[in-house]
Unconditional design. Structure first.
Lengths: 317, 295, 394
């Protein structure tokens, strides 16, 4: 945060001796430097305010998760009762289990399919590539609520067709297709796969193609080229995509609301709670999630830094 | 790129089919869970509501004709989405600037992580916290102590805007940060040495380089806001009505599936046109801007 | 509550009422706390062992189904409507776990059921939807052979054999209730007793402090009553007048939302349309909360148990309905959700504080002006559109 290296009053660039222009230059230079410091200070105060704004509700949530009282009107002493209550709430735990399963499955599917399609897209014929880009693009743009409703209607129509056939083919023990966690995964994967695709392709554009070509020229099989050259370079984008996919799926309400059938997810449970007057145990859940997240980020940061210190070559600063 | 190696690549057998194989799962997924559902919606949109609610096959454009009754949600949504995207941009830019250019080393990562962490608590819970803050027991109570009695903050367009800006701010900060991070500081120093004041520096150096990030940020924020459903309900009390709410109510309350499908179809088409137009226009502007600047 | 067994400690009536309505309070503790003293304790101790309040006692019959009941039952119902203890007792008796799906409105339940393949077994809709569901084959005719515990005479004739389901062929009532006016008397100093008063005051005296529920039947209907029309009106001129009134009122409301409890509690809103149970629940924690049935009319409703036509666990569904409609279980549920019940024998089993509570069980006179919403109104596209237009207005 040091002020710029060039101080006022140093040797002039135009070669004229300093004394020729007198003191006005120095004053102008100092004024500029002072303005610059004020500007920087303002920028920092402003940034601090924004961070405060971002964390204010979080703080409220954490504080109330330890509140002994039930309603927000009473701040009555410290208590961890909401944590125990949350953990023994069978519906909440069930929803949590569903959400984790759905989010993990979505992240895996989205990452695999998104990366695969990103890798392949540049090698398709221009027309096919245009089509894939269009589909990816539309998948990102269509609002979640439309996806939720449309998927619901489509799936139940499809099930109405398929279930009688399954019953006919497999008899009484035929699987009965219905809405549930799987339909949520399907809809979530659609959107997140497109995001992964975009992230990976952006990264690919900035990638050093020479390395790939060198590898191919050296007769490495495509698989080896991928594993040893392409994949490590794409890894940050892939991981970012996987993370985003997981977060999006875990936090999504509107799509799950329409497609989850009888399976509850955490946001669905939360929405129902909020409507009725929140049971403070949801604050406990949020705080735990927050804690887990922070730990994960810290861990990731430490691993990243150790990787940097060790590896060094090729890693970004 | 030397031509020989590219020719060598093209000659490799099985390349085309391998690409097709890699792309196949994604394609099937798009067809099954994007194209097919949208087609079903389109088919329903020309149908009629069956007497007890639901869909009845028919071929009519009356649903689209009725869409004019939903002009207000459309203008609400468009207006607030545009406004709040702009506000997000204004609020986020200085933060991204400071983080990218005024912070060194490890602190950079930490601060960026801090921007993202609120994103990692549940959206619903964050919004609920705002309901508490803006309700009668929150900020209005504090305002009452200093003399501003009876201020209503909850269930106003202000509350909805606040909720939106709050929830989407990180999405705007991150892309701008990423673009600005690549900025070579020597450019800025050179600009200063050449006598340009801070404002001119920002306008001619920083902004053009940040442009791709700003573009991404705008797209990343505007699109989800258009589809917002929860914030108008929780922070708007049902009084600020978005297209998403109109859509949900048509399916859940009115049980008028054809009308809802028509609204959804137009919504999708509108979004695609809007965003495509925006991207084309802004790319052209950015390219023109870059060409005319020193860089 | 820990010294509830100390007869020497006198409790004030309000606290007793509050405690009595606390979900986990057993009858023995309650009697001890009323100051009835040692005698009461002795009485309670002498009572038959099942005297611990309305703990579920009778086992559910498997309703003639010799087969396995399965291990899950999917229930589509309203928030805070079922006592978890009763549901758990059913599970321990039959091995069937109950998956409770909570919906804010009958319309939402219908959206899921109508879409099909919802997996729902037992649905608890309001009366006005039932005719349409029958017409579209969404629910099935009840097989009373599988409901051996059902005794028609136990039920309040007022709520059986109604027009929406003559002979109760498809539904058995759960709780009934009214749509009334809930308010905080510390802020609403003059009592509001009619819908006309409510809607007049909402836009003027209580500007920004009144709310209506996001429910076409209850809100639009109550507004219609305020203007002198029938709750169920689908006459175009009348509907246009109501729509105009509500559209003008909307900017002055605090909210259009069915979640009235949080704002009423926080005093974000002082005056609201509400359903019986909401009024009672807010009153439980707030001395000044009132719930009144409007004098100029309003909605009377019944929620009933029905079985979905494509229920995947039909036998479990019948076992459950058979169990939950028995008087003991019905009483336990009522003591939990605080909505009145349609089974007279269950009502007789209630603790006095619930049975004699005039909000939960209003006098017959106050119900005279009320009417049931009808299916035609529920399904009227024009009425639904009018309501949607009000919500979509500026």
């Amino acid at each position: 945060m040091a002020s710029p290296a060039h101080a006022s009053g140093g040797p002039r660039r135009d070669g004229l001796p300093a004394s020729e222009t007198g003191g006005t230059d120095i004053r102008a230079g100092r004024r500029a430097a002072r303005l610059e410091r004020i500007g920087e200070r303002t920028a920092w105060i402003y940034t601090g305010l924004v961070f405060g704004f971002l964390f204010l509700p979080i703080l409220i949530v954490v504080i109330y998760s330890f509140n002994a009282g039930r309603h927000v009107t009473e701040l009555t002493g410290f208590s961890t009762q909401w944590y125990t209550i949350a953990w023994s709430d069978r519906f909440l735990m069930n929803a949590l289990r569903n959400s984790l399963t759905i989010a993990t499955t979505t992240a895996v599917l989205a990452t695999v399919m998104g990366t695969a399609s990103a890798l392949a897209m540049d090698r398709l014929s221009p027309r096919l590539r245009w089509l894939m880009e269009l589909l990816t693009y539309v998948a990102i743009i269509v609002p979640g609520i439309v996806i939720g409703i449309a998927t619901l209607i489509f799936l139940v129509t499809a099930f109405d067709w398929l279930n009688p056939w399954l019953a006919y083919l497999a008899g009484v023990d035929a699987p009965h297709l219905g809405l549930g966690a799987a339909s949520v995964v399907a809809a979530h994967t659609l959107f997140t796969m497109a995001i992964v695709n975009v992230l990976v392709r952006t990264r690919m554009r900035g990638m050093d193609r020479n390395l790939v070509e060198a590898s191919e020229d050296l007769f490495a099989t495509p698989w080896r080229t991928f594993v040893q050259v392409t994949f490590p370079q794409l890894l940050p984008a892939i991981m970012a995509g996987a993370l985003l996919a997981f977060t999006f799926s875990f936090d999504d309400f509107i799509i799950a609301f329409f497609t989850s059938g009888q399976d509850q997810t955490v946001p669905i449970y939360l929405f129902a709670s909020i409507r009725r007057g929140v049971n403070p145990s949801v604050n406990a859940i949020a705080t735990v999630l927050l804690g887990v997240t922070i730990m994960a980020i810290v861990l990731a940061g430490l691993v990243y830094r150790r990787g940097q210190r060790r590896g060094g070559a090729g890693a970004q600063g | 790129m030397p031509r020989t190696s590219r020719v060598a690549q093209n000659d490799r057998p099985g390349r085309g089919s391998r690409a097709a194989l890699l792309v196949l799962p994604a394609t099937l997924w798009y067809v099954g869970f994007l194209v097919a559902p949208l087609i079903v919606l389109a088919i329903m949109s020309v149908g009629v509501r069956s007497p007890n609610g639901g869909y009845q096959p028919a071929l009519t454009l009356e649903q689209f004709a009725n869409l004019t009754t939903r002009i207000t949600p459309l203008t609400n949504t468009l207006g607030l989405a545009a406004l709040n995207t702009f506000i997000c941009l204004l609020v986020a830019f200085p933060v991204a600037y400071t983080l990218a250019l005024k912070v060194r080393g490890n602190w950079k990562l930490v601060l960026v992580a801090l921007v993202v962490i609120p994103f990692w608590t549940s959206f619903l819970i964050r919004t609920y916290a705002w309901m508490t803050l803006l309700g009668a027991n929150g900020v209005p109570r504090i305002l009452g102590w200093v003399g501003f009695e009876d201020v209503q903050l909850l269930n106003t367009p202000f509350a909805v805007s606040l909720g939106i800006v709050y929830n989407y701010l990180p999405l705007m900060v991150l892309p701008i940060f990423v673009s600005l991070e690549r900025l070579d500081r020597s450019f800025m120093e050179a600009s200063r040495d050449l006598g340009a004041g801070p404002v001119a520096t920002i306008r001619q150096i920083v902004l053009p380089l940040a442009a791709p990030g700003i573009l991404s940020g705008i797209v990343l924020v505007f699109i989800p806001i258009m589809g917002e459903y929860l914030i108008p309900i929780l922070l708007g009390g049902g009084k600020t009505y978005f297209l998403g709410n109109a859509l949900a109510d048509l399916f859940l309350q009115s049980r008028n599936w054809p009308f809802g499908s028509a609204l959804a179809t137009l919504f999708v088409i509108g979004m695609v046109v809007l965003v495509a137009g925006y991207l084309a226009l802004s790319r052209r502007l950015v390219r023109a801007g870059r060409e005319s600047s020193l860089l | 509550m820990t010294n509830g067994r100390d007869p020497a400690r006198r409790r004030d009536p309000a606290e007793i009422t509050r405690l009595a309505i606390e979900r986990r309070m057993s009858r023995r503790t309650f009697l001890a706390g009323t100051g009835a003293g040692i005698g009461a304790l002795a009485l309670a101790a002498c009572a038959p062992s099942s005297g611990a309040s309305n703990a579920p006692s009778a086992a559910p019959s498997s309703g003639g189904a010799t087969g396995n009941l399965g291990d899950t039952l999917n229930l589509a119902t309203w928030p805070n409507y079922h006592s978890q203890e009763v549901l758990d007792a059913f599970t321990s008796l039959t091995g069937v776990a109950i998956n409770v799906g909570v919906y804010g409105s009958t319309e939402e339940m219908e959206a899921k059921i109508r879409a099909g393949n919802s997996g729902i077994d037992v649905v608890v809709p309001s009366n006005y939807a039932i005719e349409g569901w029958v017409a579209d084959g969404l629910i099935e005719e009840l097989d009373y052979g599988k409901l051996p515990s059902f005794v028609k005479a136990d039920w309040n004739a007022r709520f059986m054999d109604q027009a929406f389901d003559k002979g109760n062929t498809v539904s058995i009532p759960k709780n009934w209730g009214t749509t009334g006016i809930a308010y905080r008397s510390s802020k609403v100093t003059e009592p509001v007793t009619t819908w006309k008063q409510f809607f007049d005051a909402a836009g003027t005296t209580y500007d920004g402090k009144a709310m209506i529920v996001d429910h076409q039947i209850s809100s639009f209907g109550s507004a219609a009553v305020a203007m002198g029309y029938s709750l169920n009106t689908i006459d175009p001129t009348e509907m246009a007048a109501v729509e105009a009134m509500l559209t003008a009122l909307k900017p002055k409301l605090f909210a259009i939302s069915s979640d009235v409890q949080p704002p009423l509690r926080a005093l974000d809103t002082w005056l609201s349309i509400a359903w019986t149970g909401d009024g009672v629940q807010v009153g439980r924690d707030n001395e000044d909360a009132r719930y009144v049935v409007a004098e100029d009319g309003g909605e009377l409703w019944i929620d009933s148990y029905t079985v979905a036509a494509d229920a995947p666990h039909r036998d479990a569904a019948y076992a459950f309905i058979d169990y939950i409609t028995q008087p003991e279980q019905a009483a336990a549920e009522t003591e939990y959700c605080l909505f009145p019940h349609a089974n007279d024998k269950a009502t007789a089993l209630l603790i006095d504080e619930v049975k004699n509570n005039p909000v939960i069980y209003p006098s017959a006179d106050s119900l005279v002006a009320l009417e049931y919403a009808v299916n035609a109104t529920y399904n009227s596209p024009e009425r639904a559109e009018a309501w949607a237009r009000i919500k979509a207005s500026a």
